[in-house]
Write a protein that binds this ligand. Sequence first.
Ligand SMILES: Cc1cc2nc3c(=O)[nH]c(=O)nc-3n(C[C@H](O)[C@H](O)[C@H](O)COP(=O)(O)O)c2cc1C
Length: 154
Amino acid sequence: MADRILVFYGSYRSDRAGIRLADYIVKTLKNRGADAELIDAKAVGLPMLDRMYKEYPEGEAPAPMEALAVKIREADGFIFVTGEYNWGMQPGLKNLTDHFLEEWFWRPAGIVSYSAGRLGGAHANLAWHGTLAEMGMVVISSTVAVGQIANTLD
Ligand SMILES: Cc1cc2nc3c(=O)[nH]c(=O)nc-3n(C[C@H](O)[C@H](O)[C@H](O)COP(=O)(O)O)c2cc1C
């Protein structure tokens, strides 16, 4: 059976560039036989964190949150495509991930970072490593860092 991999991306900007990298990752995983799906935090549209998923009584979480919880639970692994704002994480993706905890547990996660500059989002890449580990994921040591994102993919 093909590995079910969720690819998370979280820029909310109108002119966002990282979506091309996220699409490229999904396409590459599919070409390698994985059952990959893009989870675009902006499209999912969770509110700023109020209640975590687990704080809702069973069956009462908003529909997009419930649907995403099911997808996360059923996935074999995760890729986080992470841009960098002021040496830190993009808030849209962090907000999405914070809604869940146990749903993430014990699956491998890879980080693909990017930025406008030459460092490829290295600061955000490092920050995500600790956060994903705190949320119970096993962060793989292999990583990808893409610099000059605006000129890198069409
Ligand atoms: C608020 C803000 C802060 C940024 N801070 C950094 C930064 O610290 N390091 C960096 O390399 N690029 C930084 N950039 C440039 C981003 O890497 C570039 O705009 C990138 O395309 C953002 O990802 P997105 O287009 O998917 O939203 C920043 C951009 C914004 C909008």
